[in-house]
Design a protein around this ligand. Structure first.
Ligand code: SF4
Length: 290
């Protein structure tokens, strides 16, 4: 829980605030954009929640914040706030919440599936999430997009006897993985799940495409709220920007509606919009020298 003595001066007056332990991960701005925004090197409350919906969104941000940097100085129902996670996105796809500082606050997701449930990247291992996943039928597979977002995957794997999946070039972050992705292109894991290798952000970064509709995009691709366009992070490319741009072009052959990112905003837009924006992004990336 945040410390009111460390309350940032950039917060507006009122119950909700961010303290100076914030790592500027963007999670709160994604979950409650009407309350939080980036001011300097931190997030701050720029407008106190004015409606019940805004307050619930701010409480979701409080729960999801990886560093416990969001405070609320009025009484609230903590159990109800926790119970909002995992949060249904659509169909059988959920956002886990409880982002982990170990992955710099990356988002993680859960897919409920008749052949066994999937966890995509790892949230914090908390008693609440373990119980919630138990009630949803456990976890069969844990898919790690890349080395940075492993977080508490081993604890979830141990608890649920789940199989961990990661590319061979990311294996040093998860040597215990039961299933090692060997392809550098794409392969169908099963009828509903396709693994797509997109080297660039890291050498063995992979995406997971579910039902040709939901693309779990890790740190390869996200939606930029300002430009309203698919985007990549040039300043956070650890392996090869040139390869990431080539991977972006190749990704356009796959069709999807949702981009569910690790870092950055997620989005649902038409398949055509995604394809056109991906190709434009790949061209733009080529012109950025790194
Ligand atoms: S979620 Fe927490 S750590 Fe991330 S930007 Fe918001 S206050 Fe900072």
């Amino acid at each position: 829980m945040a410390n009111s003595k460390k309350r940032l001066a950039t917060n507006v007056a009122g119950a909700f605030f961010v303290d100076s332990t914030c790592i500027d991960c963007d999670t709160c701005r994604q979950l409650a954009p009407e309350t939080f925004k980036e001011l300097g090197d931190y997030s701050s409350v720029f407008c106190q929640p004015g409606t019940e919906a805004q307050e619930q969104a701010a409480l979701r941000a409080l729960v999801a914040c990886p560093t416990g940097s969001i405070g609320c100085e009025k009484a609230f129902d903590a159990k109800a706030a926790l119970a909002q996670f995992p949060m249904l996105i659509e169909g059988e796809v959920y956002y886990c919440g409880f982002n982990s500082e170990k992955s710099y606050g990356a988002n993680s997701y859960f897919v409920k599936h008749a052949d066994g449930n999937w966890l995509i990247d790892s949230p914090r291992s908390t008693a609440h999430l373990l119980k919630a996943f138990e009630l949803m039928g456990g976890i069969k597979y844990i898919f790690l997009t890349h080395r940075d977002d492993v977080a508490d995957a081993n604890e979830f794997a141990e608890h649920f006897k789940a199989e961990r999946i990661i590319h061979r070039d990311e294996l040093s972050a998860l040597p215990e993985a039961e299933i090692v992705i060997e392809t550098n292109e794409h392969e169908d894991f099963s009828a509903d799940f396709r693994i797509i290798c997109v080297p660039g952000h890291t050498k063995g970064h992979c995406l997971l495409l579910y039902k040709n509709k939901y693309l779990f995009s890790g740190d390869h691709l996200h939606f930029d709220r300002d430009s309203r366009h698919l985007a990549a992070f040039p300043d956070h490319c650890w392996y090869s920007w040139q390869e990431q741009s080539a991977s972006m072009s190749r990704l356009a052959v796959h069709s999807f509606e949702w981009v569910l990112s690790g870092h950055g905003q997620s989005v649902c837009q038409s398949r055509d919009q995604n394809r056109v924006q991906l190709l434009e992004l790949a061209e733009t990336m080529k012109s950025i020298k790194r």
